[in-house]
Design a protein around this ligand. Structure first.
Ligand SMILES: O=C(O)CCC(=O)C(=O)O
Length: 275
């Protein structure tokens, strides 16, 4: 029987093999993508709308339809998103939510204190077998201490529907300061339609790009101690990546990327997609 970690690796093989044809082309284009994106950002400055510190403007017509999903019905978009076209940003806004300051400093410290003794014995890896991640170490954790269990319960309540079956192991991914995750699409075979990630120790920029149309892109500002919930289209129709330090720019501002740890919860694949 596969362990979750094994399944996770299989998922990566699957996701990357499905994309292989596009990837070679994509990678060439992505080498110049950052400059292109910055140019597009400037061109589409008017399309972007700043919103309140509650992430979503009070004038925005937003309906919270279920956990972690919003229905953005006009062109005022969450301040944690920027992108090439307002329609694309709206699509992502309807399928991805970022909760800034989801954790307080103490809650963040409690999680780090629990995982650090294990993590510090691992070496950062720079030659991932499928070239998907650069400068990382990782683990999967089944049991957490009481305080952290309370925090993770809070994540579950916000990100998933009640009684939704989740993968039992929580994925902990530690990216070194020079680490990054390349564009990939998650497979529906090994995890469900929702991923929830806590962003610890550093701000980071996640970039989503529509598969086959990389000119349709969105950057997501993931502040330290935020929680993001990504669902549906955002997971399956768009690649996502964590930008490397030198590419971490959001709305024209350099984002200081340090070592970053993400704590990721996923739901189980639906019966159909798992078979
Ligand atoms: O570290 C993160 O937040 C992103 C992880 C990721 O790309 C994934 O789980 O598919």
């Amino acid at each position: 029987m596969f362990s979750t970690r094994c399944i996770w690796r299989c998922y990566n093989i699957y996701a990357f093999s499905m994309q292989r044809n596009n990837l070679i082309r994509l990678r060439l284009i992505l080498q110049n993508n950052y400059k292109l994106c910055r140019a597009l950002t400037l061109n589409f400055d008017k399309e972007r709308v700043k919103t309140s510190s509650d992430s979503i403007s009070s004038s925005l017509s937003v309906t919270r339809i279920s956990n972690g999903v919003t229905n953005v019905t006009n062109n005022k978009l969450p301040c944690y998103l920027e992108g090439s076209f307002s329609e694309i940003v709206a699509t992502i806004a309807n399928n991805m939510v970022v909760y800034e300051d989801f954790l307080n400093e103490e809650e963040e410290k409690n999680i780090i204190d629990e995982i650090e003794p294990y993590m510090k014995n691992l070496r950062y890896e720079y030659d991932h077998w499928d070239d998907a991640i650069h400068g990382y170490r990782e683990t999967e954790k089944l049991k957490w201490n009481k305080k952290n269990e309370v925090t993770l319960q809070r994540v579950k309540q916000v990100a998933f529907t009640r009684n939704e079956p989740l993968l039992k192991h929580v994925h902990v991914l530690d990216l070194a300061e020079d680490g990054y995750i390349k564009p990939h699409v998650d497979s529906i075979r090994f995890c469900g339609d929702t991923i929830a990630g806590l962003c610890l120790l550093s701000d980071a920029v996640m970039k989503l790009a529509e598969e086959g149309h990389i000119e349709n892109w969105v950057n997501v500002m993931l502040k330290r101690r935020s929680l993001y919930v990504m669902k549906n289209v955002a997971r399956y129709k768009y690649t996502h990546e964590i930008l490397r330090k030198k590419e971490s720019v959001f709305k024209g501002e350099i984002i200081h990327r340090h070592r970053r740890i993400s704590v990721i919860l996923r739901n189980e694949p639906s019966g159909e997609s798992a078979s």
